[in-house]
Write a protein that binds this ligand. Structure first.
Ligand code: C5P
Length: 248
């Protein structure tokens, strides 16, 4: 059985950055399941289906040719057919529409099956909303990562300000709360803490500090050795993640 570390939590808790640093430190592949939901959303948008019609959304699965390429030192690559869409799934339009697609049971079943197959083939740090509860209930280590809505909204607000986007903190806070509501209210695959997950509050910790705690827990549980990593690769990954989060 593969070594699987699951990281679940709400948007803006820092999961992507921390999951990637952790994966690099432990020499594990990194699976970004949010990117898979994003790719299916882009596929549906391109097909021009009514997104609020679950039957129409699930019918697009027939023509879906989704492939992901896991990496050890960069973002997961996502393809629709032969086209790489890794960057194209990070638009605000995709982000706004994801909840329609993520609510459709057939979509979730399809992606859960893909994720489990990937997990059968090797050791992973996997990040999402339902990884510890539903997809990998027997994972070696489960993390539930959170920060208060106010902290997550402030981080997001600062990012937007840096990009020159004019949005008030109150608007951003409302947006964060809406996404929490949609993600937590989902019947199948909704955001929940697994009973055996370790809770980590990232409100006042840096990504490196959180990753360090996870690496420690993993080494204790998985009896793993930390891989020696190239510091510049870590810096490059952080820059990429920052750019990516500013785009979405
Ligand atoms: O992680 P990210 O913010 O890219 O995820 C985008 C959206 O995809 C989430 O807000 C959620 O609606 C959906 N998602 C999901 N299950 C997962 C990962 C993401 O429903 N395992």
């Amino acid at each position: 059985m593969s070594n699987i570390i699951t990281i679940d939590g709400p948007s803006g808790a820092g999961k992507s950055t921390i999951a990637r640093i952790t994966a690099m430190r432990l020499g594990l592949a990194y699976l970004d399941t949010g990117a898979m939901y994003r790719a299916v959303t882009l596929h549906c948008m391109r097909a021009g289906v009514k997104l609020d019609d679950p039957k129409a959304v699930s019918a697009t699965l027939k023509g879906l040719d989704l492939r992901v390429e896991l990496t050890f030192d960069g973002p997961m690559k996502v393809f629709l057919g032969s086209e790489e869409v890794t960057g194209k799934i990070r638009t605000q339009e995709v982000t706004r529409n994801i909840h329609y697609v993520a609510d459709v049971m057939e979509v979730r079943n399809h992606l859960v099956e893909m994720q489990r197959k990937i997990g059968e083939n090797g050791d992973l740090v996997t990040e999402g909303r339902d990884q510890g509860t539903l997809v990998f209930p027997r994972a070696s280590l489960k993390i539930y990562m959170f920060a208060t809505p106010e902290v997550r909204a402030r981080r997001r607000h600062n990012e937007l300000k840096q990009r020159g986007v004019d949005a008030s903190y109150e608007e951003v806070l409302e947006d964060v709360s809406k996404r929490d509501y949609l993600d937590m209210g989902r019947e199948l695959g909704g955001l929940r803490k697994a009973l055996d997950a370790v809770e980590l509050d990232t409100s006042s910790l840096s990504p490196d500090e959180v990753a360090e705690s996870i690496v420690k827990l993993a080494k204790a549980r998985l009896k793993m050795q930390t891989r020696k990593i190239d510091k510049s690769a870590l810096e490059r990954a952080r820059d990429q993640i920052e750019r990516r989060s500013q785009e979405s």
